[in-house]
Design a binder for this molecule. Structure first.
Ligand SMILES: [Zn+2]
Length: 113
């Protein structure tokens, strides 16, 4: 049987939106649809409830994350920066500006991509 019927997440889109956008859509949608690991119980049962809202079907742990993935690179960086800021505050009163510069650089990379 010849492979004439196109299958995949973009089969409903046809030739619309261009190949670059469709490729990007496939990448995002496959990431969105596959079950993700729960940071609370460790089971791979996290599904997206709505944009940026994720829920674990095992322990009912609901949390805010990225629009298409439970965790984003930017979110991890932001969390690390927030933790680092708290640690720096308690450790020494004069905080260096190094961490904030790093966050801004990464944020720019994320938006331009
Ligand atoms: Zn869980």
């Amino acid at each position: 049987m010849p492979k004439t019927k196109k299958v995949g997440p973009t089969r409903g889109l046809g030739v619309r939106y261009g190949s670059t956008v469709r490729k990007r859509y496939i990448k995002v949608i496959t990431e969105l649809r596959k079950p993700h690991r729960c940071s609370q119980c460790g089971f791979v049962r996290v599904k997206r409830v709505s944009v940026g809202i994720w829920k674990c079907r095992k322990c009912a742990y609901t949390f805010a994350g990225g629009a298409y993935t439970p965790t984003t690179k930017l979110g991890v960086v932001a969390r690390r920066a927030a933790k680092g800021a708290v640690a720096e505050e308690t450790a020494k009163p004069v905080a260096t500006t190094d961490s904030t510069v790093d966050v801004e650089a990464v944020a720019e990379e994320e938006t331009t991509d």
